[in-house]
Structures are given as C-alpha cells and as structure tokens.
Design a protein around this ligand. Structure first.
Ligand SMILES: NC(=O)c1ccc[n+]([C@@H]2O[C@H](COP(=O)([O-])OP(=O)(O)OC[C@H]3O[C@@H](n4cnc5c(N)ncnc54)[C@H](OP(=O)(O)O)[C@@H]3O)[C@@H](O)[C@H]2O)c1
Length: 276
C-alpha cells in the first residue's frame, strides 16, 4: 500500500483519503491543516493518519495530496519543495478544477512527478460522497508517470478517469460553471421574473420547477438540440424583440442576460433545423 501525506484535508482530501484507505490503495500517514484540531478531526473521519505539526519535517510518502483551497496551492507547493522531504518519483497532486499541474512546478524541480486530479462532483456532504464515490469522473493532467499511478489508484475505487490538456483547464472548468453555477443564476432570474409579474414566490417555484426539471431531463435524454423550445427555437423574432424590451424595462441586467442568450440559442435552433 502506498503512503499518503495530506496537506489540506478538507472535504475533498478527506473523502479521497477515506476511499483509498478503505480500499487498501493508500495509507493516510500525516495530515497538515491550518489548525491541528482540524487535522485531528480529519484523521478521525478518515479512520487513519495523524496530525502533522507545521514546524516538524514530514515523513516520506510516495503520494502527496495538496487538497488545500485553490489560492493556497502555489504557496503550499513552495513550502513542500523547501522542506526537502520529497524523493524523485514521489507523486504530488492538487484537486483544483481550474488550475493546471504547472502550479506545482517547485516540487517538480525536486524530482517529484506532478498532476492535477479533479473529481467532478460537489463535496458538500462528505458522508454521502464517500459512500457513493464509485462512478465519479476524475479528470487528470500532468506528468505521465503521475497520471499512470493516479489512474490505478482511482480505478481501484471504481472512479472513472479522463485525461485533459493543461491549456484547456480554464475552459474545462467553465463548463462546470455553466452547468452548475450559472444554471442557479438563470433559475434565480426566472423566479424573480415570475415575481415581477406578480406571481408569489411559492407559486413561482411551483411553476418553474416542472419546467426546469423536464427540460434538464430532456437535455440528457434526447440532447440539447431537441430539448430546445420557445420563441427563438420557433423563429418568432417579433416576440423576442418585444420580450427583450420588456425585460430591459423590468431590470436592465436581466435584459442583458436575455439578449446574451439569443445568439447561442439561435445557433442551437439552427443546428436542430439543419439536422432534420
Ligand atoms: N468542494 C468541492 O465540491 C470540490 C470539488 C472538486 C474539487 N475541489 C477542489 O478541491 C480542493 C479542496 O477543496 P475543498 O472543498 O476540499 O476545501 P476545504 O473543505 O475548504 O478544505 C481545505 C483544507 O485545506 C486546509 N488548508 C487551507 N490552507 C492551508 C495551508 N496553507 N496549509 C495547510 N492546510 C491548509 C484547511 O485547513 P483548516 O481545516 O484548518 O481550515 C482545510 O482543511 C480545491 O482545490 C477545490 O477547488 C473542490
């Protein structure tokens, strides 16, 4: 079993470490968080490992997970490089969706193999996540030797892996921003529009929910082109112009959002018509 040191055992670090430990893939050894209490709680939840004192040297390990928040990765990598505990061939990886492995350059200069390993799911509920990690898609990029080791560790816990190019990471991460974050903003705007039209919030939710759920279901069942309905799909440009003006009159930012959606929605409708 590989030894695993963790720097930043928060939600993601704890779930991966617990899955690997329970599957006999890696033995969590030392855990460095900002606070020792937090590291001790992480060790208890994982079921293995012990807090690492910040002023003590880490014991060697063949796997190093830097699952700190994105803005800490570069600094933590530099501290790890400076501590001179890394051996050639040790694998050091972070879990950011937006950052590439290149942010780990200081440890690569010590002979370590670097990678980014991004599990594509929300880790809001650790227990649920760890219990159902199988099938989670993890994207990987970095040094070939690191990728092969991480792929075998992930396949051992039934995760799926996909390789991406470092230069694509920001656009790759934007996909999740569209699919998750901006979807929430769109729904919030839809609910606000119902309310602006005099519909009470609870009734607005009742109206929006089946629309949103059925549409999402259609997107993944029959594809985006066939799932599209509405005035742009019908080519009802007179209505689109009137609606744009009305939405601008209600709220200028929502008007801009409405207009920004028209071009790509029209292109999607055109794809559907040309495929018929
Ligand atoms: N959350 C998600 O759904 C999700 C999904 C996929 C990928 N990711 C990525 O996974 C990584 C970790 O995210 P997370 O949600 O697990 O974060 P998190 O729950 O906030 O945990 C971050 C951990 O890092 C520790 N930490 C922060 N700065 C540190 C430092 N300088 N030295 C040592 N430890 C430090 C914190 O310690 P304390 O506990 O002492 O504060 C905390 O335990 C990020 O790169 C994130 O983008 C997150």
């Amino acid at each position: 079993m590989r030894e695993l040191n963790l720097i930043g055992a928060g939600k993601v670090g704890q779930v991966l470490a617990r899955c690997w430990w329970q599957a006999g893939v890696a033995k969590p050894q030392r855990i460095l968080n900002r606070s020792t209490d937090s590291a001790a709680q992480a060790a208890a939840w994982i079921g293995a490992g012990a807090p690492q004192a910040a002023d003590q040297p880490f014991p060697p390990a063949s796997l190093w997970m830097l699952s700190v928040s994105d803005d800490q990765i570069a600094a933590v990598a530099q501290q790890l490089a400076d501590s001179q505990v890394l051996r050639p061939g040790d694998v050091v990886f972070h879990c950011s969706g937006a950052k590439a492995s290149a942010v780990l350059a200081p440890v690569q200069a010590c002979g370590a193999l670097i990678a980014s390993l991004h599990p594509v799911r929300s880790f809001a509920d650790k227990d649920a996540c760890a219990a159902a990690f199988a099938g989670t898609v993890c994207s990987l990029e970095g040094d070939e030797g690191a990728l092969q080791i991480l792929e075998s560790c992930l396949h051992a816990i039934a995760a799926e892996t996909v390789r991406i190019r470092a230069e694509d990471k920001l656009v790759y991460h934007a996909a999740a921003v569209f699919a998750s974050n901006y979807l929430v903003t769109l729904m919030d705007t839809a609910l606000a529009a119902y309310e602006a039209a005099g519909i009470p919030r609870d009734m607005a939710q009742k109206m929006a929910e089946p629309l949103a759920r059925l549409t999402m279901d259609n997107v993944f069942r029959i594809g985006t082109e066939k799932a599209l309905t509405g005035p742009v799909a019908r080519g009802d440009w007179a209505l689109v112009r009137q609606q744009s003006a009305a939405v601008h009159g209600w709220q200028p930012e929502a008007g801009q959002l409405y207009d920004a959606m028209v071009t790509l929605t029209a292109a999607l409708a055109a794809r559907h018509h040309s495929a018929k």
